[in-house]
Design a protein. Sequence first.
Length: 95
Amino acid sequence: MKQNFTITAKLWRWSGDMSAWHFIYVPADISLELRTYFPRNSMIKCRYTIGDTTWDSSMFRNNRENNYLIPIKKSVRKTEGIMDGDKVIVQVQVL
């Protein structure tokens, strides 16, 4: 499995519980590879980079849609000037 990959995806806001959580979906092909390599992990620790901002967090398994979700912190969105609906390029390093 590749430990580093780049994703381009649309940023979206979680609608549940009046929350301000924002995510991007990990594409199906990469999600399948991650599920195969980490069959029991519901979270995978990663290092992310968007623009000039790098941070560590976990991606979450999304069993409803058989993919993973990457949470995009408010501080990252603010620093990089990205909003709900924007296409985002994220560099991912599995730790």
